[in-house]
Every structure is written in structure tokens, then in C-alpha cells.
Design a protein around this ligand. Structure first.
Ligand SMILES: *Cc1c(COP(=O)(O)O)cnc(C)c1O
Length: 364
């Protein structure tokens, strides 16, 4: 016999996901603003909880993540039986797509929506339909126009990564109302805790209003636990049942569950992070605009900076890297002329502003 095992063709339809870089050769102190990790690191209480949980690492964790779900439910005032936890929200997004999608079906997302949806959908053998945006913001009418009889899932990151833009509650309701009842709407609210606008609901209202909308959330951003891998979904009973059948039995580790519970309990953590973020984002935006750069409005812990041309964005990226600063190239999102910059500490933001101001002057 010759040959070798060959995976399904769909597996080869996607390039491997490339995350934000962490290292630069020859530079010791790197400022990493490429993955939207929280500006304040891991909450110390979560570190302590993981250390304590390490002693029990030989035990299998609670497969149902009961204590963690109760803590999430209490924090967000939600019924914990309508929550499923995952190994990051990516885990749950993948499970929803595997479960409700498949060959011959379609997924609708916006033109610059979060790439994981497209990757997971293609792996599942689905066709991905992207709707044009207006001012880098998802457009409900354009999304509805992409719906066909084959549509099974519609994904909306709200606010969206990498654009930072938000779709107001009333528009999200209009999206739901315009979709067929049997299409699952997934609202990915990874950045919900950063939003200060009053015309925003992360998705609870629509989940509660029917049986065809899911909200996903993460501990990777404001809670500073990206490396621990923890996300959750709030969903109607039928979707919870599907997720509990399709997820792996121990998809959240013991130390990670402990970290999540501890992070939720830190007094004032979310408020402190949000207040810093809003202030630092406003300052960063204003100073980059002073340097002549276009900065898109953002409701998240990052901003999208527009350099006008792909070559100039690449040059800016190289200029920053040479100074130990890593931001995110977003060419894969159809935005080759932009770079995405995470809001870090005031020091980190200041260093980025200085470097980009120099760059803007040299480049003029
Ligand atoms: C960061 C991010 C996530 C979170 O992914 P995890 O798997 O929970 O780390 C989900 N959706 C969007 C839009 C994101 O930017």
C-alpha cells in the first residue's frame, strides 16, 4: 500500500489561523498590543486561585462547570442553566457551526467580521456569505440580503473585531426580526464589558425573547485570562442541549474554572479596566489624529488606524517593530491599509503615540 492518510478537503480550504506575534528577535522589552489582551494583566486573585487549584490538577474537573456557571449567572443576573462554558469562546463558536452548519449550508457575516467564523464555517464545509459594511459597521439590510434558503447561521461580533464598531440594540432586533425563525443568530459580545453606549445590549434580551439567538462571551479580554482559555454562551434550552452534546466532556480545566470564578469576584475590576480603557482610548485616538492619522471610532479595547495605503501600513508596522512594539496587521480582514492597536497601559499607549508620530513625520 502507498499513500498517506488524507484529511477531508474542507480542512485544506482554510489557512492556519495566525495570532498576534509575541516576540521580536533581538529586542528584550516588547510591547505587545496585538491581541486585545487586557491592559492590566491577569487579576492577582485569579493567579492565586490557579495556584491553589494546581494541587488538584490530578483530578478531572467538574465537566458541567457548575460552580463557574453559577458565578457567571450571579454576576450577570442570568439563569445558570442557560449557560455553557467553553475552552475560550472560539470553542463554542466552532461547536455552534459544526452543529448547525455543514456541507450545503451557508453562514452570513459582515465583510470585516471576526475571521474565526469564516475559518470554522469553511472547515464545516459551509459557504460563507459576507455582507458589505457602511463606515466599517455591519449593515443589517446588507446582511439580510445575503440570506438564502441554505442559510443556517448568522454571526455578528458586536462590537466587532477588528473594526471596533457597534450595532445598536434596535438594529440587532431588526436583524433578528428579518431572519427566518430557523436561522440561528450568534451575537459574539467579546468586548461587551468595554462598551459605554446606552443603545447597546450584548444579546441577553434577544436570547430571552426567543429560541434562536445565542450570545457568546469571553474571559480573554477585560478579565485578562486569554491564556487560561475560558468563554461562555448564554442560549435557549435547545441550543444548550446541543452544546452539551457536542462539547468535549472536560472542555474547561479545573485551574481555569477557578481563575474565572476568582476574576468575577474581584471588586471593581471591570469598572477600573473600563474606565482606564475609555480614557486611554480617547487620548490615544486624539494624539494619533493630531499626528495626521485616521483613527476609526471604537467601542472596544483597541483602535483601528488607517494609513491610507497597504504599503504605508506595512511600513508603519515595520517601524513599530524596530522599536519593540507589536500591533496587528489586519490584511486578512480585507483591511491591508490599517493596523489594529490594542489599548495598553498609559505608558504603552504613550510609546505607540511617540513612535507613530515620528513615523508620520518621516513618511510625509
Ligand atoms: C478575542 C475575541 C473572541 C474571544 O476568543 P476566546 O476564544 O474566548 O479567547 C471572540 N470573538 C471576538 C470577536 C474576539 O475578538
Amino acid at each position: 500500500m502507498s499513500g498517506q492518510p488524507r484529511a477531508r478537503d474542507a480542512v485544506f480550504s482554510v489557512p492556519p489561523y495566525v495570532g498576534g506575534d509575541s516576540n521580536l528577535t533581538g529586542i528584550n522589552r516588547v510591547i505587545k498590543l496585538s491581541s486585545n489582551e487586557g491592559a492590566f494583566g491577569t487579576p492577582p486573585e485569579a493567579v492565586a486561585a490557579m495556584r491553589a487549584a494546581a494541587d488538584l490538577a490530578f483530578r478531572y474537573p467538574d465537566g458541567g462547570s457548575s460552580a463557574l456557571r453559577r458565578a457567571i449567572g450571579a454576576t450577570f443576573d442570568l439563569d445558570s442553566t442557560k449557560i455553557v462554558c467553553g475552552n475560550g469562546s472560539d470553542d463554542l463558536i466552532g461547536l455552534l457551526i459544526q452543529s448547525y452548519g455543514g456541507p450545503g449550508t451557508e453562514l452570513v457575516m459582515s465583510a470585516h467580521g471576526f475571521l474565526i467564523y469564516e475559518i470554522a464555517a469553511k472547515l464545516a464545509g459551509m459557504v460563507v456569505r459576507k455582507a458589505a459594511e457602511i463606515n466599517l459597521t455591519a449593515d443589517v439590510d446588507a446582511m439580510l440580503a445575503q440570506v438564502t434558503p441554505a442559510t443556517r447561521l448568522v454571526f455578528l461580533a458586536n462590537p466587532n473585531n477588528p473594526t471596533g464598531s457597534l450595532v445598536p440594540t434596535a438594529e440587532v432586533f431588526r436583524l433578528r426580526a428579518g431572519l427566518p425563525q430557523d436561522v440561528l443568530l450568534v451575537l459574539d459580545a467579546a468586548y461587551a464589558e468595554y462598551v459605554e453606549r446606552s443603545d447597546y445590549d450584548p444579546g441577553m434580551a434577544l436570547v430571552d425573547a426567543g429560541d434562536n439567538t445565542v450570545m457568546t462571551r469571553t474571559f480573554s479580554k477585560i478579565f485578562g485570562l486569554g491564556g487560561a482559555r475560558l468563554g461562555w454562551a448564554y442560549a435557549p434550552e435547545s441550543v444548550i442541549d446541543v452544546l452539551n452534546r457536542t462539547r468535549m466532556p472536560f472542555n474547561v480545566s479545573g485551574p481555569t474554572a477557578a481563575a474565572g470564578i476568582a476574576a468575577l469576584a474581584v471588586p471593581g475590576w471591570v469598572e477600573r479596566c473600563r474606565i482606564h480603557n475609555s480614557r486611554a482610548r480617547a487620548t490615544l485616538t486624539a494624539r494619533l489624529q493630531d499626528a495626521g492619522l485616521i483613527v476609526h471610532p471604537s467601542e472596544t479595547n483597541f483602535v483601528l488606524v488607517d494609513f491610507g495605503a497597504a504599503a504605508r501600513a506595512v511600513a508603519a508596522d515595520e517601524y513599530l517593530r524596530a522599536r519593540g512594539i507589536i500591533v496587528r496587521n489586519v490584511a486578512a480582514y480585507g483591511l491591508p491599509h490599517c493596523l489594529r492597536v490594542t489599548i495598553g497601559t498609559d505608558d504603552e499607549c504613550g510609546t505607540v503615540v511617540e513612535a507613530l508620530t515620528e513615523f508620520a513625520h518621516i513618511d510625509d
